[in-house]
Design a protein around this ligand. Structure first.
Ligand code: ADP
Ligand code: ZN
Length: 729
């Protein structure tokens, strides 16, 4: 028989492999091997072997001669039909190759094989020769479970391991293999139920009902900072757990603090399983596996947790849903908030979005009735929101070369006298954003990017915030050679720290920014220290604005409120509103009188006026109106095409070619190509096109046609598609 007919009799299945291919690849299923849609398999791919997911989509065109066989099916629960659907949906929506989305699901390769069983002990039922008190305790404890690890039993009974060895020698215990231990205990939905205020009660009731309905819904939990959103959505988590469903709580990575885990533990008697970039690989694998097996009930994770293969998902909570950290801008460009909603609609379960400052998109969805609106108007225990005031920097400027106005300095001083904490917020890392030579005007720029080098004085370096390039801080100007004439222009958090230390030499100062050595762990420790009162002045970037309770902070000073408003992107107003509301909301959480002082050169700017007046409604009304007028999201659709190449001319000519290939349509407007505001990153020149469509316009289909009609990118040219862009740089 020829090979060709033989192939016909053997099944061929499509497999999603971690490759930027448009379609799954086809593989032969060897005789005797059982695979189904969702099976995780090992397949040959060129010279390599990779893990892939058997799918139910049509595979690519078949060339029987090239067809290779699946090598191995992992002993692992198959990826669910829902998850396959979700992979396809995400790929279609973001215009990403499905294999690259599947790759995000297959993030823990060692987890595809089952965890090994653990050596354990089982009570045989024999009786002991001499029953000491310690032995008695061991037997009583042992009766509470069918098997134990030796150390676990010794610990639970409060005896040394030798007591157990003694009993085992007498034949009271025998060796057994026990299933792998759970990464976390099962949460107890009734453990530490909080006493909810009337308003909280009503809100939690809505959310619990959404869970009980057992169908797709989205609720927007909108409560001011300190209103108890976490306590409220914990009730929905409890109900879902009680009903036997798995729950995912998404948090911006940095909000996954000790504090959050502790709160979860006091409510549910155990921690949630964690999922974030700081997890040790072994732990990561165990969480992945136990989520797939349905053994882990609650995961608290950063955005990538959305791609965990939940066996029985029943609720997703997206806390701080407005946070830009939910947007991934690398390979697959997706917004985890939006994809969480999609995941809920595919899985037919409830999704809860929580924020003190919801995104305009989510608020519009709520106002138009697509999302349920669940408000919390007051702070818990009637703690007052901080009293907000603008400091007009034109009228009361700081002394030359300094950045704290006299009014802010005075307020810090009074706060310290009361032995309370002050938070100074500036969303800029390092010491100074620009260094220049006073003699010749030379400015220090990154050799690979179109951005100025930021001085990091503690490290003695000039650094590029785009690519990480750094050099030793020079003494002389490289252009004119003048010594000691380099000046730092503008402030970063380090410079504010220097100024604060000079003004308040006895104050304990902590600077929080992502530059801190020691990574996320260290950052969390510092946050804990602040919460415990081990600092007088905290100086920080946006990191301090996110989801942490600092009970002693009663003054928040915003060093430069105008910073985010300066760049002309369509989200500048929204971001500024969110960031400043969040950061001033750090103050006065435990009921002490608190103040927020906002330094600005444009106190009449409508965004700042709305923040200072505490008038969120005014801000949203105005912003929604402007978006509607400009046909911007959520009233219109946006996508960015980012073309990059090693040379400016290559990037530009390909961007122009894309523009020429764009089919004409009355529903669409194309802006650009224009050189990106960050024109060069890591030596790659960048051009952007912005595609703006009407709300009902099939943007993805249009973009596909456009990309197909355009010449294929050649040489160093790369095209990235960013649907619903958050960043316009
Ligand atoms: P939000 O997330 O809305 O900013 P949190 O959930 O962090 O608010 O709550 C703010 C503070 O109030 C927390 O310290 C929390 O423990 C406390 N709190 C809120 N509601 C309750 C409640 N019902 N019982 C006890 N403490 C509460
Ligand atoms: Zn650079």
């Amino acid at each position: 028989m020829s090979g060709k007919t033989e192939n016909k009799t053997r099944p061929v299945v499509p497999v999603l492999v971690p490759m930027p291919a448009e379609r799954p690849y086809s593989y032969l299923v060897p005789e005797g091997m059982n695979v189904q849609a969702g099976s995780i398999v090992r397949v040959p791919l060129g010279p390599r072997e990779v893990a892939g997911i058997v799918t139910d989509d049509a595979g690519g065109p078949l060339d029987p001669k090239k067809l290779k066989s699946i090598l191995h099916v992992f002993n692992c629960p198959p990826v669910s039909a829902q998850m396959l659907h979700f992979i396809r949906w995400t790929a279609d929506y973001t215009l990403s190759p499905p294999g690259m989305v599947a790759r995000m699901v297959l993030r823990a390769p060692a987890a595809f094989d089952p965890e090994p069983f653990v050596q354990g002990l089982r009570y045989t039922g024999a009786s002991a020769e001499r029953l000491t008190a310690a032995r008695q305790r061991v037997l009583e404890t042992a009766a509470k479970a069918s098997s134990w690890t030796k150390s676990g039993l010794a610990h639970a009974a409060g005896v040394s391991a030798s007591v157990i060895d003694g009993l085992k020698a007498q034949g009271l215990f025998e060796d057994v293999l026990i299933p792998p231990l759970p990464v976390v205990q099962a949460p107890d939905p009734f453990c530490g139920q909080a006493e909810l205020s009337e308003e909280q009660q009503a809100a939690s009731q809505c959310l619990v009902e959404a869970v009980e309905e057992d169908k797709y819904s989205v609720s927007l939990l909108h409560g001011v900072t300190g209103s108890g959103k976490t306590e409220v959505y914990f009730e929905a988590v409890a109900r879902a757990v009680e009903l036997g469903r798995q729950v995912l709580i998404l948090l911006p990575e940095i909000a996954l603090t000790q504090q959050f885990l502790d709160r979860f533990e006091s409510r549910f008697g155990t921690r949630p399983a964690e999922w974030h970039s700081d997890l040790a690989p072994r732990q990561r694998e165990r969480v992945w596996r136990q989520v797939a097996e349905g053994r882990v009930k609650v995961v608290a994770g950063a955005r990538s947790a959305l791609f965990l293969p939940f066996a029985n998902p029943g609720l997703i909570i997206v806390d701080e849903e407005h946070d830009p950290a939910y947007k991934q801008e690398d390979r697959v460009f997706y917004n985890a908030r939006d994809m969480a909603v999609v995941r809920g609609s595919i899985g037919k379960f409830a999704v809860i979005l929580a924020s003190a400052t919801p995104s305009v998109e989510s608020l519009v969805n709520a106002r138009q009735g697509r999302y349920r609106y669940v408000p919390l108007q007051g702070r818990y225990a009637d703690a007052a929101l901080p009293d907000l005031k603008a400091i007009d920097m034109r009228r009361s400027p700081p002394p030359a070369g300094r950045f704290l106005s006299p009014a802010l300095t005075e307020a810090v001083s009074q706060t310290l006298q009361r032995r309370e904490q002050a938070l100074l917020f500036l969303n800029r890392r390092g010491y100074a954003p620009l260094t220049l030579c006073r003699v010749c005007g030379h400015r220090f720029q990154c050799p690979d990017c179109s951005s100025w080098l930021v001085e990091h004085r503690f490290r003695g370096q000039l650094m590029c915030h785009q690519c990480g390039y750094h050099e030793k801080s020079p003494d002389a100007c490289p252009a004119c050679g003048a010594l000691d004439h380099l000046v730092a222009c503008g402030p970063g958090v380090e410079r504010i720290a220097e100024e604060a230390a000079a003004l308040f030499p006895n104050a304990r100062i902590i600077v929080l920014s992502s530059d801190m050595t020691g990574g996320v762990k260290r950052l969390r420790m510092e946050m804990e220290a602040i919460a415990q009162g081990e600092a007088d002045i905290v100086i920080g970037t946006q990191l301090v604005a996110k989801g942490h309770n600092f009970p002693l902070i009663t003054l928040v000073g915003v060093i430069d409120a105008d910073l985010g408003l300066a760049n002309g992107d369509p989200r500048a107003a929204e971001r500024t509103f969110q960031l400043l509301s969040q950061v001033t909301g750090r103050a006065g959480r435990t009921g002490r009188k608190s103040v927020g002082l906002i330094q600005t050169y444009q106190p009449d700017h409508p965004v700042l006026k709305a923040i200072i007046a505490g008038d969120a409604q005014a801000f949203y009304d105005r912003e929604i109106e402007e978006r509607e007028r400009g046909m911007l999201p959520p009233f219109g659709r946006l996508a960015a095409l980012i073309v990059s190449a090693d040379s400016r001319s290559e990037a530009e000519s390909h961007a122009r070619a894309l523009r020429r290939a764009a089919p004409r349509s009355d529903d669409i407007e194309i802006l650009g190509p224009a050189e990106a505001p960050l024109a060069v990153i890591r030596g790659r020149h960048r051009f952007r096109l912005l595609v703006q469509g009407a709300k009902r316009f099939a943007l993805q289909g249009y973009l596909r046609t456009l990309l197909q009609a355009a010449p294929k990118p050649r040489g160093s040219v790369r095209v990235q598609v960013d649907i619903d862009p958050q960043s316009f740089l």
